[in-house]
Design a protein around this ligand. Sequence first.
Ligand code: FE2
Length: 440
Amino acid sequence: MYQTGFGNSFESEAVEGSLPKSRNNPRKVPFDLYAEQLSGTAFTRPRCVNQRTWLYRQQPSAVHNINPFRPTEQYFGGADPTGGILDPNPLRWQPLEDKNWATVDFLSGMHLLASSGEPATKCGLAIYMYNFGKSMKDYFYNADGDFLIVPQEGTLQIRTEMGRFCVAPTEICVIPRGITFAVHEMEGDPEVRKRGYVLEIYKGHFELPELGPIGSNGLANARDFQYPVAWYETLEQFTTQSNPCLYNKFGGKMWTKPVSSTPLNVVAWHGNYLPFKYALSKFCAINSVSYDHLDPSIYTVLTCVGDESGTALCDFVIFPPRWMSTDPNTFRPPWFHRNTMTEFMGLIVGSYDAKKGFAAGGASLHSCMTAHGPDAFSYDRAVADPCDKPSFFDAGLAFMFETSYMLRLSKYALEHECLDTDYGECWRGLPNRYASKKEE
Ligand code: FE2
């Protein structure tokens, strides 16, 4: 069961009568619950962007302070987010596989690919991939930023303080900064690999892009975003036998401490600072119906605003199944280009219309001003296509994290055996036809 509508203020109670009426912090909370506010923005942010949620829980989060957080001496995802290497070459990875996926969970199966900026000043972003096969026995919250999770293989069951939801490939979810959660396998699901991509933003929150002259509808419609209803782990579900811990990503490092009761103990809540999910199949694509392939920003699902008007810290963009209805003299795949923004791409399912060797579960990176575009095969095929009637592109679902930051690559990304060392070769075979014609 879900509540719907992007950015709405919702309320939910797992037990009837547990949500206080008409006030946030009564002296006597129903059922002797504790009131706790979780702020996602500064108290004083303008009302239209202010985000907070009131939680009514069996014990306040502060009870876990009995045990201090201790650093694990590991950087989250296996690499220092303030380190990494800048590389101007176009890079591509074949589907990223980790041999130990069956023995790790969402947290331990996460690997940093690239990042920029640093969490302490709430500036920048990071990109990860996960490969795992086990449910988490622990709990986690990220003090450094918001996670946008893009499953590529395997459905996730995500248990949060505000409720539970499932996220399958071709769906996405967002877990904002500070919300405690755990990622589980689906009940009854055989042990299959879960693989996917994660974008972390250190600043602000994800929002819907402005629509400008498009009007009040289209792209990701607000009504299609789904929010959970209140739910909590029962005493029976929480067991200390497995020594559960609460992990906290703080300053790029993992901190941990044991917990003697579940952090997922919220009985009722109200507010607008919440995790949510969205099915990418519901995206209403807007495109040219006359001529020219337009900029990919027309496929923006969610954005995180940067420091400059119209320049995102990072956009989440998809290339969904869609009609292509431009005139016969339009080159329909993406054009050759160089971009001041940095483009990280992934492929959720199928194939991509500008590249032959880009496989589902793989990734590519075209950094600031790095030349790229269709490979020679795709270029020749598109030029030969008469484009004399509309066609439906249904070959796959790719996405892009497009950021105004240059991305530093992790050792994991640069040394992984899945790194395609011949990627540049795909542009061989684009001859100088102009010179040959002049000689004729
Ligand atoms: Fe591009």
